[in-house]
Design a protein around this ligand. Structure first.
Ligand SMILES: [Fe+2]
Length: 342
């Protein structure tokens, strides 16, 4: 359903309020031609309602000659801020950046955060944002999961489909995604609602079976046949299966980067209002499928970069896969049982 300007502006005011936007705060809004115009207008109006000093910065898109699709997650690394000191100066001088274009996993994003500026990413269409407005309960649920994750040294994941994989933990901290930015230097993404971390470098071992019905992103497909990944010393070393495995292999080969096969973030979905089935209702270019990443009880793993937690793996290739039906344990204590939160 379409969203009224009034309702979307109210949703933005809620999220910006949770993000502690105050009178006189300096906020830079980053947009490009893929930014949804209703989001841009509503975010700007809500910022003015809250008394912020607003700058809108329209940046040129980049990477079109290298990316294999129009999904903003289909090619990472360089962004329109790369080599753009004027735009970087605006971001660094701001209390907050609203990212309505997607800087994810870029060195520039890390630099902005390290300066103390907080960044809120929001690129889903207005009706998804309105349905998944974050709450303090979301933050509490994600925070509790972060505490458990921070205290754990081994994550093991099993499923009836054949997944049996083990990740050693401790090198990297948990990252909480609850949908708003209420601390200096914090990054978050509206909508979300999940917990993630990165396994120790080189210490992921086992087999991951992406089952029929599971979603592979950014391909945005529900599998009709399973894909099996062999995981050795922190990398996916084989990708076997039918047509969809072929498509995934071919897609990843396009980056010509062995680091794209590294195990990246791992965690589980904690958002009861996000749905596995939502992606089936959308044209694939209308969404980046945050429902698929956040729905409660999924095991979300990924392949690709680790810049977000201070690593040096700056690969352009990034695959996200939320699995259903898994049992996830931390030091032998379950946090997800058969695809439901424990
Ligand atoms: Fe990811």
């Amino acid at each position: 359903m379409p969203v009224s300007d009034h309702e979307l502006r109210a949703a933005w005011k809620t999220v910006l309020g949770l993000s502690k936007v105050r009178v006189g705060e300096v906020v830079t809004v980053l947009a490009n031609r893929s930014t949804h115009p209703q989001n841009l207008a509503a975010a700007t109006a809500a910022l003015h309602d809250l008394g912020a000093v607003v700058t809108r910065l329209e940046l040129e898109p980049c990477n079109a000659e290298k990316s294999q699709s129009r999904d903003p997650l289909a090619y990472l690394g360089d962004t329109p801020l790369t080599g753009n000191p004027a735009a970087m100066a605006a971001c660094l001088a701001s209390d907050m950046v609203l990212d309505l274009m997607l800087l994810l996993f870029s060195p520039e994003q890390q630099q902005i955060l390290e300066s103390g500026t907080r960044i809120l990413l929001a690129v889903e269409p207005p009706e998804v944002l309105v349905r998944l407005v974050p709450t303090l309960e979301d933050k509490a649920r994600v925070g509790a999961a972060a505490e458990r994750l921070a205290a754990s040294r081994v994550m093991r994941v099993k499923s009836p489909a054949g997944t049996d994989v083990c990740f050693q933990l401790g090198q990297y901290p948990p990252v909480q995604e609850y949908g708003f930015v209420d601390e200096q230097g914090r990054w978050d993404h509206w909508p979300s609602g999940f917990i993630l971390t990165w396994p120790n470098e080189g210490q992921s071992e086992g087999r991951i079976v992406i089952d029929r019905g599971d979603i592979v992103l950014p391909l945005k497909r529900y599998l009709s046949d399973p894909i099996t990944l062999e995981v050795r010393a922190g990398y996916a070393t084989r990708i076997d299966g039918g047509l969809e495995a072929e498509l995934l292999r071919e897609y990843m080969e396009g980056f010509n980067d062995p680091e794209g096969y590294a195990i990246s973030h791992i965690g589980w979905g904690l958002q009861p209002r996000a749905r596995w089935s939502t992606l089936s209702l959308y044209d694939r270019e209308e969404t980046i499928a945050m429902d698929a990443r956040a729905f409660a009880g999924n095991f979300l793993f990924s392949l690709g970069p680790n810049l977000e937690v201070g690593g040096t793996r700056n690969t352009a290739c990034h695959i996200d896969v939320p699995l259903r039906g898994c049992t996830v344990t931390l030091d032998d204590e379950p946090v997800v049982i058969d695809g439901s939160l424990a």
